[in-house]
Design a binder for this molecule. Structure first.
Ligand code: FES
Length: 563
C-alpha cells in the first residue's frame, strides 16, 4: 500500500510540539534559512552519514566522497542532507575502538530515527565504523547503502613494496629482534602509510567492506577501489543514485538480509582468509537482523571453502591487487558454486543477476585464484572449544605456523595488556618457544576487547629467530596480524571464565584438527581456584559502566544486551 505523504521526506519523524502542522511549518521555515524551498522539500530525502574527522586519517578523502554521493542523490532527483556521527580510528582511539563500536552503532541508529530521511548512505571505512553503521541501519531498518573509504595505495622502502599494517608488524618484530635499527624504523614510519585510506591488506576494514558487499548492502564493486581513485568516487555517485531508488521503492535492510546472505558472507570471509574480527561483527549484525548465526557456522563453512585470495596477512598481495583482479564481483563469480546466489541485494536484483556479465577468475592474474588452484584447500579459520573456552574461541589457521596448531605447553600468564607491556621482555619470565602465552582480562567486559591477543614474541626469543608461539586470550587481534593466536575465549576471565583460573606452569593443549583447547588441570583444583578469584568491579559511571554491564560475550557478537 502506498505510504501517506505525511510519512515521507521532511515530514518524517516530526518534532513534537503537540501540533503536527506547526512542526512542518517550522521545518520549512528553518530550512529556508539554508536556501531550500518547497520544491526541494518535496524530494525524497537521503541522509548521508559523514565520518570525516581529523582523528580518522583513514577517511581523509571523505569530504570529496560526500560531494560525490550528493551528486548522485541530486542526479536521481533526491535531496541529500549530510550529518556527522562519531568516527573511530583504530590507531588514535584509546583503549580500543571496539569499546566504542556499539556507541557508534547506537548514535547512528538514533540519528537515523530522529531526523527526517527516506534513505541513508553510510560513509565509513576504518575497522569498526562499517559494522557499527550496518548494525545501526539494520536496527533502524530504513533503505540504506553502505559506502567505504577504500584502501590506501602501497608504499615502498628500499625497493620493497609494503603497506599497513601487516608490514608494520613484521618490521616492528624485526626491530625488536635487533634486525633493524632506529634509523630503519624511522624511515619505515614515513613509508608504511603512503596515502589516505584504510589499511591496504586484508585486515578488518578490507574484510568488512567485502562482506558488506556480499551481504548485498553495498553497490557491486564498491568494496575494493582504492581511496584515492576515480573508481572510488564513481562508486559514491552510483550509491547516491541508488539510495534514491531504494527510498522510492522502500527497500529495507531487513528485507534483504537472510540467513543465506550471512552464510554467503562467511564463505567469502573464508575465501579471503579475512579478519577474525569479522566473526564478531557478523554475529552482531545477524543478531540485529534476528537471524540465527553461531560460531559453528563459521567453523563448518571454513572447513569446506578454500582460501583463494592472495592478500596479506595470509598471502602476498594488497587490496589494490585485489581491485585490479576484479574485486568482490570476480570473487563471488569464482565462488558461485559455493554460494546461494538467490540472495537479494540493494540493486533490486539477486546476487546471481548482478553477476550475469562478470567473468570468474582468469589466468592473467594470481590475486583471485580459481577454485582448482587455491592458496590452501580449506581452513582459514577454526573454532576451538574445551575446558579453557567452553563457549568457544577462534584461531586464524591460515596465518599461523602450521606446526603450532597441535601443541601442548606450560602457561605463562599475563593479567592484562599492561602486564604484557611491562613484563614481556623480563628475563625472569624464563620463557621458551614451547610455552603458551596467556592473556586475560582483555575481553569485552574486562577491557572493551582490545587487539592485544597477538602478544609480541619476547625479545630473548625473537633474537634467536623465533617467529611464532601459541598465544591464548579473551582479546581480539588486528586483522593485519598473524601467528598461532587463539582469540575471543568465551566466557572471558572478567566474568569468571576458565581463563581466570590459569596459573603459571599449568599445561595447556591446543589441538586445532580436533577443535580442542584444554586446560589440563584437575577439576577439583579448578573448583578450588574458582572460590578465590576476585572479579574486577564495573566502571563507576558513563559509557564504560553501561558497556561493561550490558556487553555480551564475543561468541554472541559483543553487542549490548538491550540492543
Ligand atoms: Fe583505519 Fe587500519 S587503521 S583501517
Amino acid at each position: 500500500m502506498p505510504k501517506k505523504r505525511e510519512d515521507t521526506g521532511i515530514n518524517r519523524n516530526l518534532t513534537t510540539y503537540g501540533d503536527a502542522e506547526f512542526s512542518k511549518y517550522m521545518r520549512r521555515a528553518f530550512l529556508a534559512s539554508a536556501g531550500y524551498d518547497r520544491t526541494d522539500l518535496q524530494r525524497p530525502i537521503v541522509g548521508i552519514v559523514n565520518t570525516s574527522s581529523d582523528y580518522n586519517v583513514c577517511h581523509r578523502q571523505m569530504p570529496e566522497m560526500v560531494s560525490a554521493v550528493k551528486r548522485g542523490v541530486l542526479e536521481a532527483g533526491g535531496l541529500p542532507l549530510v550529518f556527522p556521527t562519531i568516527s573511530l580510528n583504530e590507531i588514535l582511539t584509546s583503549p580500543t575502538t571496539m569499546l566504542f563500536r556499539n556507541l557508534q552503532a547506537m548514535e547512528t541508529e538514533e540519528m537515523i530515527r530522529a531526523q527526517p530521511m527516506d534513505a541513508v548512505v553510510l560513509l565509513g571505512g576504518c575497522d569498526k565504523t562499517v559494522p557499527a553503521q550496518v548494525m545501526a541501519a539494520v536496527s533502524a531498518n530504513i533503505p540504506a547503502v553502505s559506502v567505504v573509504a577504500g584502501s590506501m595505495l602501497t608504499g615502498s622502502w628500499r625497493g620493497e613494496r609494503l603497506g599497513a599494517c601487516t608490514d608494520c608488524r613484521r618490521f616492528w618484530a624485526q626491530y625488536r629482534g635487533a634486525e633493524l635499527d632506529r634509523q630503519d624504523i624511522a624511515e619505515l614510519e614515513e613509508s608504511l602509510c603512503f596515502t589516505g585510506g584504510t589499511c591496504m591488506v586484508m585486515g578488518t576494514a578490507s574484510t568488512m567492506a567485502c562482506l558488506v558487499e556480499t551481504l548485498g548492502l553495498m553497490m557491486p564493486g564498491g568494496a575494493a577501489p582504492p581511496h584515492s581513485s576515480g573508481a572510488r568516487l564513481k562508486s559514491c555517485v552510483v550509491s547516491g543514485r541508488q539510495a534514491v531508488q531504494l527510498a522510492q521503492n522502500n527497500v529495507r535492510p531487513q528485507g534483504i538480509l537472510t540467513r543465506e546472505s550471512f552464510l554467503n558472507a562467511i564463505t567469502v570471509l573464508s575465501a579471503l582468509s579475512g579478519s577474525t574480527n569479522a566473526i564478531i561483527h557478523l554475529l552482531a549484525i545477524a543478531r540485529r537482523a534476528q537471524i540465527k548465526l553461531t560460531l559453528k557456522d563459521f567453523d563448518e563453512i571454513s572447513q569446506r571453502v578454500p582460501v583463494i585470495v592472495d592478500c596479506k596477512p595470509a598471502g602476498q598481495g594488497y587490496m589494490q591487487d585485489f581491485y585490479h583482479a576484479g574485486g568482490v564481483p570476480v570473487l563471488l563469480k569464482t565462488l558461485e558454486p559455493l554460494l546461494d546466489t538467490s540472495a537479494m541485494t540493494i540493486t533490486g536484483h539477486t546476487m546471481a543477476e548482478n553477476l550475469t556479465d562478470v567473468q570468474a577468475s582468469a589466468g592473467w592474474q594470481t590475486t583471485i585464484r580459481p577454485l582448482e588452484s587455491p592458496l590452501s584447500a580449506s581452513g582459514a579459520l577454526a573454532v576451538v572449544q574445551g575446558s579453557l573456552a567452553p563457549d568457544g574461541a577462534v584461531i586464524k589457521t591460515a596465518a599461523a605456523n602450521p606446526a603450532l596448531l597441535t601443541h601442548r605447553g606450560p602457561a605463562v600468564v599475563f593479567e592484562s595488556p599492561e602486564d604484557v607491556a611491562n613484563r614481556i621482555d623480563d628475563p625472569a619470565l624464563g620463557i621458551t618457544p614451547g610455552h603458551v602465552m596467556v592473556l586475560r582480562n582483555a575481553g569485552p567486559v574486562g577491557a572493551g576487547m582490545p587487539e592485544a591477543g597477538s602478544m609480541p614474541i619476547p625479545k630473548c626469543l625473537s633474537a634467536q629467530g623465533v617467529k611464532d608461539m601459541v598465544r591464548v586470550s579473551d582479546a581480539r587481534m588486528s586483522g593485519t596480524a598473524y601467528g598461532a593466536v587463539v582469540l575471543h575465549c568465551a566466557p572471558e576471565a572478567a566474568v569468571g571464565g576458565p581463563l581466570a583460573l590459569v596459573k603459571d606452569g599449568d599445561q595447556i593443549e591446543l589441538n586445532v584438527p580436533e577443535r580442542k583447547l584444554e586446560l589440563l588441570v584437575d577439576e577439583n583444583e579448578l573448583a578450588n581456584r574458582k572460590t578465590n578469584i576476585k572479579l574486577k568491579p564495573a566502571a563507576p559511571r558513563g559509557w564504560l559502566k553501561l558497556h561493561s554491564e550490558q556487553v555480551q560475550q564475543a561468541n554472541l557478537g559483543a553487542d549490548l544486551d538491550f540492543l
